[in-house]
Design a protein around this ligand. Structure first.
Ligand code: WTA
Length: 574
């Protein structure tokens, strides 16, 4: 590691005052970060090589890379194990003709095979697309169709949710843990892995070659395929050092699923690029189970989300007292506003300050953060990572003075920035409509010390338990229900989940409002799309407010819900 980089890291990670932060910003250069990577000299780029194989080549192969557990399994993998295991899957993919640029999706619960598959895909130059196991038929189909995926890794349990007859491009389905498969197009993953060689020459790429597509929601249209490239490793490695504060002997646990960007950038890449032992816990959330995971693995650095912290807070301190959480050194949060109350509670309950971090699927990596040692202002997302310039700007692109509310914007470019929206250039360009800036869609203000304070979304995107939900996708599903004539969906504030989904529904002729109908509509969305997209609250209305062009006015629905003035209604239908 270079001299300057060491200094930057020391400055940001170990000191606390503003002077040092400014100095770190002034000294910073991405060119220095690049020097950590062998491809800087060899030109041979591959994320999976840098995250896994390189540790083997440099003599760290025996070190524990993965501590995996769920209700049924408890397994440990070294860097060598991950290297060989992902080589095997890479060889299987090559055998089936999969190569550079091909989209290969993964639709399965967390398991060691999920991680080995993802690394294997990257090794052959494929573009990986991880999907939440909670997705139902329509959600899975939309994503596989839009991305043009040629292969999928899944489990026998999830197989029925894949509409194969409607996905002509999807040629191979690798079934994990399913025994012998007889049907055409289905491949027995385990048998293939057992027969494959564990050595493989990775596909050497350029930093700008595709690596990952994460689907995420906006306020209009279907989910967007956010496309990331191998160059993102600069950001993952560097923020792993200065924000996660990862050190050689750390045992790190990020609670996120790889179906969400946090589960890849910070559940896979940042820890392994930094050569750190990574804990993965499968299964559902329970306070006891989570605390036990910390105790059992002696977790030192823990990255989770506000909804989880609020649920842990709800479980109370009696529960905490039964566990020895004293190994924790650094605790972080992402995904939704972190309430000051939760920060204060964490300080008392865990004797740890919870460090908020702000970023998005589109940004690929952390951008505005609270660093170890920094003076935390509860309620603030922190300050830009050195190397990143953030500002509050108005719609004309003018930078606004402290305490003005406006668009939270980031100076372009940075290494992990998305490089496109798959199949949708127009959507991509919307983010960069003001020259020189990425417009996040969040509103915020900055205080006089340069701390950023989140205020809300500018569009109608809903954030429930940290998951981004596009109202359009839910409304479209609602309209497929036989009783629904019109539907409008909003986020309703909720103490634990941040927001829940509330649907306003106008019924078709011949249908009467009833609790049974509400339950049926709820189930319909849950089973067609996913549980997290299903409206926990449904309100029947005679009619929904629409513009003259027929667009449901969600802001009016929101105003109804919150008892606020409805604002300008000049475009309303009648
Ligand atoms: C919200 C990927 C407040 C925000 C990590 C953003 C946050 C959206 C924070 C991105 C935070 C994320 N404080 N709000 N620290 N972090 N958000 O792409 O609205 O699923 O635009 O997250 O989550 O959601 P995404």
């Amino acid at each position: 590691m270079s001299q300057i980089q060491n200094e930057v890291i020391a400055t940001v990670a170990e000191r606390s005052n503003l002077g040092d932060y400014d100095q770190a910003c002034a000294q910073f250069s991405w060119e220095e970060v690049k020097k950590h990577f062998t491809w800087n000299e060899t030109g041979k780029v591959n994320m999976a090589y840098e995250a896994i194989d390189r540790h083997v080549e440099e003599g760290r192969g025996a070190k524990t890379a993965l501590l995996y557990s769920d209700a049924h399994r408890d397994e440990e993998y070294s860097f060598l194990d991950l290297s060989e295991g992902s080589n095997r899957f890479g060889n299987v993919l090559r055998k089936y003709g999969i190569s550079k640029g091909d989209r290969v999706f993964i639709f399965m619960p967390r398991s060691p095979e999920l991680y080995l598959s993802l690394l294997g895909i990257l090794k052959v130059g494929g573009i990986a697309g991880p999907l939440f196991e909670a997705f139902m038929e329509t959600a899975v189909k939309d994503r596989l169709e839009d991305s043009g995926a040629v292969a999928l890794v899944t489990t026998p349990e999830l197989l029925p949710r894949i509409k194969r007859d409607e996905l002509p491009l999807l040629k191979h389905i690798f079934v994990v843990g399913g025994g012998a498969q007889q049907e055409e197009g289905l491949v027995d993953y385990d048998a293939e892995i057992a027969a494959a060689s564990d050595s493989l020459e990775p596909e050497w790429l350029t930093p700008e070659d595709g690596m990952l597509i994460h689907y995420t929601s906006g306020s209009t249209g279907r989910p967007k395929g956010v496309y990331h490239v191998h160059n993102a490793m600069l950001q993952h490695y560097y923020t792993g050092k200065v924000v996660l504060d990862l050190r050689e002997d750390d045992v790190y646990w990020c609670t996120a699923d790889p179906g969400w960007v946090t589960g890849t950038s910070y559940g896979i890449f940042a820890p392994w690029l930094n050569g750190v032992t990574n804990v993965i816990r499968g299964g559902r959330f329970s306070p006891q189970d989570w605390y036990q995971t910390i105790v059992k693995n002696k977790v030192t650095v823990w990255y989770s989300a506000p909804t989880a912290f609020r649920m842990l807070m709800g479980a109370g301190e009696d529960v905490i007292e039964q566990y020895d959480l004293s190994t924790l050194r650094h605790v972080l949060s992402v995904g939704e506003p972190l309430n000051p109350e939760v920060v204060r509670w964490g300080t008392k309950a865990y004797k740890q300050r919870i460090h908020d971090t702000w970023w998005m699927t589109e940004t690929g990596g952390q951008l505005i953060c609270n660093y170890p040692g920094m003076n935390i202002k509860p309620g603030s997302m922190g300050k830009p990572v050195p190397g990143i310039e953030a500002a509050i700007i108005n719609d004309q692109g003018d930078v606004l003075p402290p305490y003005s509310m406006g668009n939270l914007a980031i100076k372009t470019p940075w290494p992990s920035m998305m490089r496109k929206i798959w199949n949708n250039d127009a959507k991509y360009e919307e983010y960069f409509r003001i020259p020189g800036w990425y417009i996040s869609g969040d509103s915020a203000y900055m205080d006089e010390e340069g701390y950023f304070w989140f205020q809300g979304r500018i569009d109608d995107v809903i954030n429930s338990s940290g998951e981004r939900i596009g109202p359009f996708e839910v409304e479209s599903k609602l309209l497929e229900h036989e009783a629904v004539a019109e539907a409008g969906v909003i986020g309703k504030p909720d103490l634990v989940r941040g927001e829940i989904i509330k649907a306003f529904v106008a019924l078709r002729e011949g249908y009467e409002p009833s609790q049974e109908l509400k339950d049926d509509i709820y189930r319909f969305v849950k089973e067609g799309l996913s549980a997290h997209a299903a409206p926990r609250e449904i309100e029947f209305k005679e009619k929904l407010p629409k513009t003259r062009s027929g667009k449901i006015m969600r802001r009016v629905l929101k105003a109804w819900e919150l008892d606020l003035p409805t604002g300008d209604l000049s475009t309303i239908e009648d």
